[in-house]
Design a protein around this ligand. Sequence first.
Ligand SMILES: Cc1ncc(COP(=O)(O)O)c(C=O)c1O
Length: 455
Amino acid sequence: MFESKHQDEHVLNAEMSADSPNNLEPFWMPFTPNRKFKKNPKLIVAAKDMHYTSIDGRKILDGSAGLWCVNAGHCRPRIVEAVKKQVEEMDYAAAFQFGHPKAFTLASKLTEMLPKDIDNVFYTNSGSEAVDTALKIALAYHNAKGDSKRYRLIGRSRGYHGVGFGGMSVGGMVVNRKQFTNHLPGVDHIQDTHIPDLNAFSRGQPKQGGLERANSLLDLISLHDASTIAAVIVEPVACSTGVLVPPIGYLERLREVCNQNGILLIFDEVICGFGRLGTPFSSDKFNVIPDIITMAKGITNATVPMGAVGTHKKIYEALMNGPEHIIELFHGYTYSGHPLACAAALATLEEYKAENVFERAGNIEKKFEEGCHSLKGTKNVVDIRNIGLVAGIELATREDGLTKRAYDVFDWCFNEGLMVRFTGETICVSPPLIVNEGQIDEIFKTIREAIISIK
Ligand SMILES: Cc1ncc(COP(=O)(O)O)c(C=O)c1O
């Protein structure tokens, strides 16, 4: 008979987990302080539309769309049905040297939505894999053109591009890097776009500093020479680091400098894509088209893990050379274009269209902006940043340590029935795009009460 190895550690009550050893220890939780969590776990057991249900039966308003990913709201019947049907019909199709129709249909539908000339799609299973794939495609592209000297990859300080070695290396969030001593060689970083002295409490895109910050790429070009640089990767809006909105002119200038120097521009749209900014992709919002777009999260409404990389047609064309029986890109995942993910993604795209999800986000953006900026003047609020349906409310650091105040606000909100995220000292809000006006009021009222109530 099975005997638990974990008699004396943190245990769940029997009702929570009747058929397993009721123990929290074995699961090493990602991006979570495990010991703190396991002393006072936040467990959620069900979800519908704008709400989660906690294990103690409370309704929790989802102010973070899970992890910025449930854009159409939870457990939408159209998506649930599509996944159920697919799992009965075909669970898995070999991804190499075989295909299944939904993977092709989805790629066609995605390229219809993606900006002009982003005409090909490579599937992955996550945002991290999409980023590493995009970086590898950029290198392969230059190689295919006979330009193998272009090997450098440029990221940005405070950037988040997932947790693979590529994404970590081009990423610029110090805590995500410093534990893992060895990074990719040939990587450098431009400056982030956070200029609080000039831009604190901006509504939408900040007005100042965009050109100067984009021009920091010129410094790296002077240092390394453009002929060694393969690609620059940025999040159009850097969300995970605390919602840094690009100042006016920034992305345009970055595009210009890349064009002038033969450097590929990659937009990491893992969060920004699929309506978060009120448009299909942030390229539509900012009117700047990159060469490569990474996607994940909202692509399946988070129902099944999936990521993807959209590439400019010149990249695919450059690689479709050589003898036809030879693989053109030696890269891929067992689960690239997994049937369940494709079924979920196709149904998700239908859901977005049928429910006008992106337009709804665009229409309610002003109300959301009013809501978050109504917190200006609340004690300890030092900056508020927003665009589309994403906002960051930055708090002053408390004497007892970095992130302690933000954690307490997050914790207070959860106990009062609201899920938000925090990163550093910033409370991040990014509800499902179906959020209504009353729920926006509820979100910011709860956050205000939390900030006022805690030390
Ligand atoms: C911009 C960006 N890129 C990549 C990732 C990594 O995605 P995943 O966690 O699916 O690997 C994230 C996750 O938040 C992200 O925000």
